[in-house]
Design a protein around this ligand. Sequence first.
Ligand code: ADP
Ligand code: MG
Length: 459
Amino acid sequence: MTDETWGLVRNELLESVGVNNFKAWIDPIVFHTTEERIAHFFVPTNFFGTWVSQNFGDLILRHLISAGVKVDRVQFSSNSAAMAEKSLGAAPHSPMQAPILEEKPAADLSDDDLPGSKLNPLYTFDNFVVGKPNELAHAAARRVAEGGPVSFNPLFLYGGVGLGKTHLMHAIAWELRENRPDLRIHYLSAEQFMYRFVRALREKDTISFKQMFRSVDVLMVDDVQFIAGKNSTQEEFFHTFNALVEMGKQIIISGDRAPVDMEDLDNRIASRLQCGLVVDLHPTDYELRLGVLQAKMDTQRQRYPQIKMATGVLEFIAHRVSSNVRVLEGALTRLCAFADLIGAEITLDLAQECLSDILRATGRKVTMDEIIKKSCEYYKLRQSDMMSPNRTRTIARPRQMAMYLCKKYTTRSLPEIGRKFGGRDHTTILHGVRKIEELIGKDNQIAEDAELLRRLLEA
Ligand code: ADP
Ligand code: MG
C-alpha cells in the first residue's frame, strides 16, 4: 500500500468514526508496511495499539480491503521513533496524509464537484437486505430515489447506530444519479455542514455558502443530531432547509432518534422535520440478521472462494450478535479472514473462539439508555415524558418499570439510576423498583410487560 492509499483510507475513516475518534485514535497511527497480507502500523503505546486494534481494527481492515489493498490483517506496534518523527511533521507523512480536514473553499468548486462526501460504492439498494424492521424505511427511500415529483419533504430516517441509515442514504443518492442525472445531489453529514458553515463564517464568506447550499436539487444531511444544541449552525440549517423546501427541492435527513426526542434540537427544525415523512429503522431481528449474514457471506465467498463453513454457523452468529449490522458484518469479515489465514473450515467452535469478544456473553450487558429507549418504544411514550415529573399513572408505571429494569439488568446504583431519570432521589427509585416487584407477583399485565421487555432487551 502506498502512503497515498493510506491517505484515502484515512479520509474514509474520518467519515466512519467522526472527528473526535479520528483525532484521538486514527490520526496518530503511522502506516509502516504491508507484508504477507498484513498491514503494519506504528502507534504511540502498546495500550493505544490494543485499543485501536479492538475498537477499530476491523473497520480499518475493511476500508483497506475496499480500497483494493490486499490484506487480511492489521497489526499495530508501538514505535516511539516513528511517532516522534510524525509529531515533528517529517516523513512518513505524505502530502496525501496531511490535509485531511482541509477542504477547498466552496467558491473554487465547479458544478459537478459539489463538496459533499464520497458515496460508498457498496451502499446500494442491491446490497441492502430488507426485513420487517427496515421495510418501511426501505420503501420510503426507494420512492424518493425514483426522483419523481417531491411527495414527502423532508424524508427523515432515524434509528440506532449501525442499522443502515447511511447505507440507505447513499443508496438513494446512487439511484437518483442514475434516474435523474440532471439533478444536483448533495450528500454530507451534519458535522460537515457545521464545519463548512464555521469556515464560511471565519472566512467571512457566508454568501457563497448560502448560494452553494441553495443551488442543490436534493440535499441529504446525515446524523442531524450532531448539530442539536449548536445554535448558529442550527439557525443556518433551518434557513437552508426552508429555502430548499420553498423551492420544492427534496431533502433527506437522518438522525439517531425521532425529532421530538432530540432534546437540544431547535423546535422549529423538529417541527419542520415532523412535517415530512418520518420513518424509523428498528433494531434488527433474527431473520434480518440471518439475511444480512447470508448476503455478506456470498460476498466473502467471492474473496475467499475456497472457504468452507459448517451448517448452523450463520444461524449461531445471527442469534448471538447484537442488533447492530456493522458489528455483525465485522464479525463475519473477521471470521472469514481468520479461517482463510489458518486454512480451516469455519465451524461453530472456530466461530466461538474467533468471535469471543463480540459474541454476547450469556448475560449480555444492557445499558440504561437501551432500557429507557426500549421501554419508551414498548409503552409508546416519549423519552421526555419518561424523564418528566409527570405522575400520571400511564407515565409513572412505565417509568417505574424502566427503573426496575435498570436495577435488575445493569450494575448501576440507585443514585446513578436516579440521576439518569431526570435527577430523581434514590429513594424514589427504590420505591419504583419495589412497586414493580410487588406488582409482578399479582398483576398479570405487569408480569407480562416485564417479561416482554426482558426479551426485547435481549434481542
Ligand atoms: P448507520 O448509518 O445507521 O449507523 P450504516 O448505514 O453505516 O448504519 O450501516 C452500518 C453497516 O451495516 C454498513 O456497512 C451497512 O452496509 C451495513 N448494513 C446496515 N443495514 C444493512 C442491511 N439492511 N443490509 C445490508 N447491509 C446493511
Ligand atoms: Mg450513519
